[in-house]
Write a protein that binds this ligand. Structure first.
Ligand code: FES
Length: 118
């Protein structure tokens, strides 16, 4: 049997980040929309963390920023009340839907969002 060398295929994807706001511009429990590259992004500050998702609801592309972020961490679309978890974008109702997540990083008090989805 020929030997097969173990080769790591893990690559770090080069991601461009866009600065969207200062940390203190979006309080914990708030969400807001920003244009990042070709995407409208919903930036969510919840549980002392930031999360970024495609800002358009997967149901009928209504802007999620016009919905609600609840105290227990649900993003609720204002159009037909679809619900998603703020901390991972997974659908709660309906459960088979999911928000497209974008990478987020915080550096020196500024929040940056990646221009491509995770
Ligand atoms: S557009 Fe969001 S629930 Fe219908």
């Amino acid at each position: 049997m020929e030997g097969v060398a173990a080769v790591s295929t893990e690559k770090t994807k080069d991601i461009d980040y866009v600065e969207v706001c200062a940390e203190d511009e979006l309080w914990d429990g708030e969400m807001d929309a920003f244009d990042v590259g070709d995407h409208e992004i919903l930036l969510v500050h919840f549980g002392q963390q930031y999360f970024a998702y495609d800002g358009l609801c997967p149901h009928q592309s209504v802007a999620l920023v016009d919905g609600e972020l609840t105290e227990d961490g649900l993003i609720i679309c204002g159009a037909h009340q679809w619900q998603f978890r703020a901390d991972n974008g997974k659908g709660v109702n309906p459960a088979n839907e999911c928000l497209q997540a974008f990478p987020v990083k915080v550096e020196n008090g500024r929040v940056y969002v990646g221009t491509e989805p995770e």
